[in-house]
Write a protein that binds this ligand. Structure first.
Ligand SMILES: Nc1ncnc2c1ncn2[C@@H]1O[C@H](COP(=O)(O)OP(=O)(O)OP(=O)(O)O)[C@@H](O)[C@H]1O
Length: 359
């Protein structure tokens, strides 16, 4: 499989960056980490906006930087779309002219992403004649994303594209980002320190810490890896991907995951067969050593304890359960319950899922 490979090292006195990564050439990769961990520095180096000594970056068979061979493709010659925190549209041009600006400068054979499709994907048809000053923050950001896509980039870089928006505008724009994810084959590197955005959009994650890579891997695997589960930001959780398999008459929505786990949720407004991503917080999972017979909980699954790790707080533990269909599920329980149930690796348990967040 084609890959994005990068290696950057720089010593800025108060900050040292040393990263070496190999990322999938499809889907959304999140660069995630606290403020000052080096996310933007990496992104700028990938874009060629900064030339870091000893740097290396390639995408498929295109080498954009290899200092050992004195190769450095300038930023304006890299096939990149860049979306910043604040949309920087040309104020004297209307939306349509902003979109045309980069597109018409591309040679015809490079115009792979067409205005009609991007306008539809981001629903900006009604905005085309408007000047940027008249747009809301969310609308401006959608136009900025469309403009970046119209460069038909080989790679789309997004640096905290939602951070300047309030939570209402964030939830307005997230579905469009999901559309990009599903409809386009352009790989996206998405910088964020929001666990919610990453859980919703990313397929692969690179967690940065103090200028180094703390861990990287497919998001679903990293989230249930007890070593990293509690470092994701807002509590250990399990990510399930699947589709809506039924809208039942008793107002229950059923979701079937890749491993055929069926999650029952109170009615959600989705079409049957719609793809869906769900997040189950470990704190919403309880464990029993016998099958609960009278329970209000809709989701009860048999499985086995795989391992037990300390949680975020003293007296809290994260139990990794492997369900009978091989699906991993994290449960957060107290030390008191751990002792009372005498749980250890290999024990048979029933996991009860109290609540499911649909992302
Ligand atoms: N040109 C520069 N010269 C010196 N130091 C820099 C330069 N650019 C960034 N830094 C420092 O490098 C460190 C990493 O910054 P960077 O912007 O990459 O972090 P970040 O993870 O993107 O943070 P944030 O989430 O706050 O945007 C910070 O300490 C920053 O002050």
């Amino acid at each position: 499989m084609s890959q994005l490979k990068g290696c950057f090292n720089v010593d800025r006195g108060n900050f040292q960056l040393s990263v070496d990564f190999s990322l999938p050439d499809k889907g959304v990769t999140a660069f995630f980490g606290p403020s000052g961990s080096g996310k933007t520095t990496c992104l700028r180096a990938i874009a060629g906006l900064e030339r870091l000594p000893e740097g290396y970056f390639s995408i498929g068979d295109q080498v954009w930087q290899d200092e050992s061979r004195n190769i450095f493709v300038p930023a304006n010659q890299r096939e990149i779309g860049y979306v910043f925190q604040e949309a920087s549209l040309f104020p004297h041009l209307n939306v349509a002219e902003n979109l045309q600006f980069g597109f018409v400068r591309l040679p015809k054979d490079k115009q792979k992403v067409l205005p009609e499709s991007v306008i539809e994907l981001l629903n900006i048809g009604p905005l085309l004649n408007r000047p940027p000053a008249s747009l809301s923050g969310g609308e401006r950001q959608r136009v900025a994303i469309a403009r970046a896509l119209l460069r038909s980039p080989r790679l789309l870089l997004m640096d905290e594209p939602l951070s300047a928006l309030d939570s209402r505008l964030k939830s307005e724009i997230l579905p469009y980002l999901e559309n990009l994810h599903h409809e386009l084959s352009i790989p996206i590197i998405y910088v964020s320190h929001s666990p919610m955005e990453v859980a919703r959009l990313a397929d692969y994650i690179v967690i940065l810490k103090q200028g180094g890579i703390h861990c990287e891997g497919p998001l679903k695997d990293i989230m249930v890896d007890p070593q990293f589960a509690t470092q994701f930001g807002d509590g250990a959780s399990t990510l399930f991907e699947g589709f809506v398999s039924a809208q039942r008459d008793d107002l229950i929505t059923e979701v079937t995951t890749e491993k055929s786990t069926v999650l029952r949720l109170t009615r959600r407004p989705f079409e049957v067969n719609a793809p869906i991503r769900c997040r189950i917080y470990a704190s919403d999972v309880s464990l029993c050593t016998e099958k609960p017979s009278q329970s209000s909980i809709l989701n009860i699954y048999p499985g086995q304890v795989f391992r037990i790790d300390p949680g975020d707080h003293e007296g809290e533990f994260i139990v990794t359960v492997i369900l009978n269909n091989d699906q991993r599920l994290l449960a957060q329980i107290s030390g008191y319950s751990l002792n009372k149930l005498q749980l250890k690796a290999g024990c048979s348990v029933w996991a009860q899922v109290k609540s499911v967040a649909v992302l």
